[in-house]
Design a protein. Structure first.
Length: 214
Protein backbone atom coordinates (compact mmCIF):
# COMPACT_ATOMS: atom_id res chain seq x y z
CA UNK A 1 0.00 0.00 0.00
CA UNK A 2 1.31 3.45 -0.91
CA UNK A 3 -0.08 6.63 0.63
CA UNK A 4 0.81 9.50 -1.71
CA UNK A 5 1.25 13.11 -0.70
CA UNK A 6 2.11 15.59 -3.48
CA UNK A 7 4.52 18.22 -2.20
CA UNK A 8 6.03 20.41 -4.94
CA UNK A 9 6.70 20.93 -8.65
CA UNK A 10 9.78 22.72 -10.01
CA UNK A 11 11.18 23.35 -13.51
CA UNK A 12 14.57 21.90 -14.49
CA UNK A 13 16.51 21.58 -17.74
CA UNK A 14 17.28 18.14 -19.13
CA UNK A 15 21.03 18.21 -18.28
CA UNK A 16 20.15 18.37 -14.57
CA UNK A 17 18.60 14.92 -14.84
CA UNK A 18 22.03 13.44 -14.13
CA UNK A 19 23.12 13.53 -10.52
CA UNK A 20 19.72 13.84 -8.86
CA UNK A 21 19.52 11.88 -5.61
CA UNK A 22 16.62 10.16 -3.87
CA UNK A 23 16.37 10.71 -0.14
CA UNK A 24 14.59 8.42 2.30
CA UNK A 25 11.03 7.80 1.08
CA UNK A 26 10.87 10.61 -1.46
CA UNK A 27 10.24 9.62 -5.07
CA UNK A 28 11.06 12.01 -7.90
CA UNK A 29 8.58 11.77 -10.76
CA UNK A 30 9.73 13.14 -14.15
CA UNK A 31 7.48 14.19 -17.02
CA UNK A 32 8.37 15.77 -20.31
CA UNK A 33 6.14 18.72 -21.16
CA UNK A 34 5.13 17.96 -24.74
CA UNK A 35 3.26 14.97 -26.14
CA UNK A 36 4.21 12.34 -23.57
CA UNK A 37 3.98 8.73 -24.65
CA UNK A 38 3.57 5.72 -22.38
CA UNK A 39 5.82 6.03 -19.31
CA UNK A 40 8.88 3.81 -18.99
CA UNK A 41 9.95 2.84 -15.45
CA UNK A 42 13.60 3.48 -14.59
CA UNK A 43 14.94 1.65 -11.55
CA UNK A 44 16.79 3.88 -9.09
CA UNK A 45 17.64 1.06 -6.66
CA UNK A 46 16.23 0.33 -3.21
CA UNK A 47 12.84 -0.33 -4.74
CA UNK A 48 12.42 3.16 -6.22
CA UNK A 49 11.36 3.81 -9.81
CA UNK A 50 11.09 6.92 -11.96
CA UNK A 51 8.63 7.14 -14.82
CA UNK A 52 10.09 9.10 -17.75
CA UNK A 53 7.76 10.20 -20.57
CA UNK A 54 9.55 10.43 -23.93
CA UNK A 55 9.14 13.44 -26.23
CA UNK A 56 11.00 14.43 -29.36
CA UNK A 57 10.35 18.16 -28.92
CA UNK A 58 10.72 18.79 -25.20
CA UNK A 59 13.92 20.42 -23.98
CA UNK A 60 12.80 20.96 -20.44
CA UNK A 61 11.11 18.80 -17.89
CA UNK A 62 9.23 19.27 -14.69
CA UNK A 63 10.41 17.62 -11.53
CA UNK A 64 7.44 16.67 -9.39
CA UNK A 65 8.35 15.54 -5.92
CA UNK A 66 5.96 13.10 -4.36
CA UNK A 67 6.22 11.63 -0.88
CA UNK A 68 5.17 8.07 -0.19
CA UNK A 69 4.71 6.13 3.02
CA UNK A 70 5.68 2.50 2.42
CA UNK A 71 3.69 -0.09 4.33
CA UNK A 72 5.96 -3.06 5.04
CA UNK A 73 4.58 -6.44 4.01
CA UNK A 74 4.99 -9.17 6.63
CA UNK A 75 7.25 -11.96 5.38
CA UNK A 76 9.48 -14.75 6.66
CA UNK A 77 12.05 -13.42 9.12
CA UNK A 78 9.91 -10.48 10.25
CA UNK A 79 8.86 -10.20 13.88
CA UNK A 80 5.21 -9.21 13.94
CA UNK A 81 2.55 -8.24 16.45
CA UNK A 82 -1.04 -9.26 15.78
CA UNK A 83 -4.38 -9.16 17.50
CA UNK A 84 -6.47 -12.26 16.91
CA UNK A 85 -9.65 -14.00 17.90
CA UNK A 86 -9.74 -17.77 17.40
CA UNK A 87 -13.04 -19.62 16.95
CA UNK A 88 -14.19 -23.17 16.25
CA UNK A 89 -15.53 -23.26 12.72
CA UNK A 90 -18.38 -25.65 13.46
CA UNK A 91 -20.14 -23.59 16.14
CA UNK A 92 -18.27 -20.25 16.41
CA UNK A 93 -17.09 -20.86 19.98
CA UNK A 94 -14.25 -18.47 20.88
CA UNK A 95 -11.36 -20.46 22.34
CA UNK A 96 -8.76 -17.69 22.56
CA UNK A 97 -8.51 -13.94 21.97
CA UNK A 98 -5.66 -11.47 22.36
CA UNK A 99 -8.24 -8.70 21.98
CA UNK A 100 -9.96 -9.75 25.20
CA UNK A 101 -6.61 -9.74 27.01
CA UNK A 102 -5.63 -6.46 25.32
CA UNK A 103 -2.23 -8.02 24.66
CA UNK A 104 -1.13 -8.55 21.03
CA UNK A 105 0.71 -11.73 20.12
CA UNK A 106 4.34 -11.28 19.03
CA UNK A 107 6.20 -13.91 17.02
CA UNK A 108 8.70 -14.28 14.17
CA UNK A 109 7.45 -15.57 10.84
CA UNK A 110 9.26 -18.62 9.53
CA UNK A 111 10.42 -20.01 12.88
CA UNK A 112 7.60 -22.54 13.12
CA UNK A 113 6.37 -21.29 16.50
CA UNK A 114 2.81 -20.93 15.21
CA UNK A 115 0.51 -23.35 13.42
CA UNK A 116 1.15 -23.33 9.63
CA UNK A 117 -2.24 -21.88 8.69
CA UNK A 118 -1.84 -18.93 11.05
CA UNK A 119 1.64 -18.07 9.73
CA UNK A 120 0.38 -18.36 6.17
CA UNK A 121 -2.52 -16.02 6.93
CA UNK A 122 -0.28 -13.34 8.45
CA UNK A 123 2.32 -13.54 5.65
CA UNK A 124 1.62 -10.89 3.04
CA UNK A 125 -0.42 -8.68 5.37
CA UNK A 126 0.44 -5.00 5.90
CA UNK A 127 0.16 -3.00 9.11
CA UNK A 128 -3.49 -2.15 9.67
CA UNK A 129 -4.76 -5.01 7.51
CA UNK A 130 -7.47 -7.28 8.90
CA UNK A 131 -8.62 -10.64 7.61
CA UNK A 132 -10.66 -13.68 8.51
CA UNK A 133 -8.71 -16.89 7.90
CA UNK A 134 -10.29 -20.35 7.67
CA UNK A 135 -7.70 -22.88 8.83
CA UNK A 136 -8.49 -26.56 8.22
CA UNK A 137 -7.33 -29.33 10.54
CA UNK A 138 -4.28 -30.16 8.42
CA UNK A 139 -2.92 -26.61 8.77
CA UNK A 140 -3.96 -26.25 12.41
CA UNK A 141 -3.27 -28.84 15.12
CA UNK A 142 -3.73 -31.94 12.98
CA UNK A 143 -6.07 -34.89 13.37
CA UNK A 144 -6.62 -36.57 16.72
CA UNK A 145 -4.45 -39.65 17.26
CA UNK A 146 -5.73 -42.48 19.42
CA UNK A 147 -2.17 -43.69 20.04
CA UNK A 148 -1.63 -40.48 22.03
CA UNK A 149 -4.32 -41.46 24.56
CA UNK A 150 -2.79 -43.40 27.46
CA UNK A 151 -4.22 -45.20 30.45
CA UNK A 152 -1.93 -44.94 33.46
CA UNK A 153 -2.21 -46.84 36.78
CA UNK A 154 -3.12 -44.52 39.61
CA UNK A 155 -0.16 -45.84 41.58
CA UNK A 156 2.15 -44.21 38.98
CA UNK A 157 0.76 -40.75 39.73
CA UNK A 158 2.94 -38.77 42.18
CA UNK A 159 1.37 -38.43 45.63
CA UNK A 160 1.41 -34.64 45.47
CA UNK A 161 -0.93 -34.64 42.44
CA UNK A 162 -4.67 -35.03 42.89
CA UNK A 163 -5.88 -35.50 39.28
CA UNK A 164 -9.23 -34.18 38.08
CA UNK A 165 -10.93 -34.54 34.71
CA UNK A 166 -9.93 -31.63 32.48
CA UNK A 167 -6.74 -30.96 34.40
CA UNK A 168 -3.60 -30.25 32.37
CA UNK A 169 -0.46 -32.10 33.48
CA UNK A 170 3.06 -32.62 32.16
CA UNK A 171 4.42 -36.12 31.63
CA UNK A 172 8.17 -36.60 31.50
CA UNK A 173 9.44 -38.92 28.78
CA UNK A 174 12.48 -41.21 28.93
CA UNK A 175 14.59 -38.65 27.07
CA UNK A 176 13.85 -36.06 29.75
CA UNK A 177 11.45 -34.01 27.67
CA UNK A 178 7.99 -33.35 29.03
CA UNK A 179 4.76 -33.28 27.04
CA UNK A 180 1.49 -31.64 28.10
CA UNK A 181 -1.47 -33.97 28.62
CA UNK A 182 -5.11 -33.61 29.63
CA UNK A 183 -6.83 -35.86 32.17
CA UNK A 184 -9.91 -37.21 30.38
CA UNK A 185 -11.09 -40.02 32.67
CA UNK A 186 -10.50 -41.34 36.19
CA UNK A 187 -11.35 -44.73 37.63
CA UNK A 188 -10.53 -46.39 40.94
CA UNK A 189 -7.42 -47.95 39.46
CA UNK A 190 -6.32 -45.70 36.59
CA UNK A 191 -6.43 -42.32 34.92
CA UNK A 192 -6.64 -41.62 31.20
CA UNK A 193 -4.27 -39.02 29.76
CA UNK A 194 -4.70 -37.44 26.33
CA UNK A 195 -1.56 -36.00 24.74
CA UNK A 196 -3.43 -34.62 21.72
CA UNK A 197 -3.67 -30.85 21.56
CA UNK A 198 -7.11 -29.74 22.83
CA UNK A 199 -7.82 -28.30 19.36
CA UNK A 200 -6.66 -31.38 17.44
CA UNK A 201 -9.25 -32.51 14.90
CA UNK A 202 -10.86 -29.06 14.76
CA UNK A 203 -11.26 -26.69 11.83
CA UNK A 204 -10.52 -23.17 13.05
CA UNK A 205 -11.32 -19.58 12.09
CA UNK A 206 -9.08 -16.67 13.06
CA UNK A 207 -9.90 -12.99 12.89
CA UNK A 208 -6.50 -11.31 12.52
CA UNK A 209 -5.26 -7.69 12.60
CA UNK A 210 -1.62 -6.91 11.90
CA UNK A 211 -0.38 -4.33 14.42
CA UNK A 212 3.36 -4.10 13.80
CA UNK A 213 6.12 -5.45 11.56
CA UNK A 214 9.80 -5.33 12.56
Amino acid sequence: MLLKEQSQRVKLTIPYFTGLVLHDITILWYNYLAFPSSPRPISMGSGYFLYLHHSKTAETLFLQKQKYIFMTVAESGNTVKVHYTGKLKDDGTVFDSSVQRNEPLEFTLGQGSMIPGFESAVSGMKVGDTKVADIPVANAYGERREDMVLEVPKNDVPENINPEVGQRLAVQQKDGQSIPVTVTDITDSSITLDANHPLAGKDLVFEIELIEVK
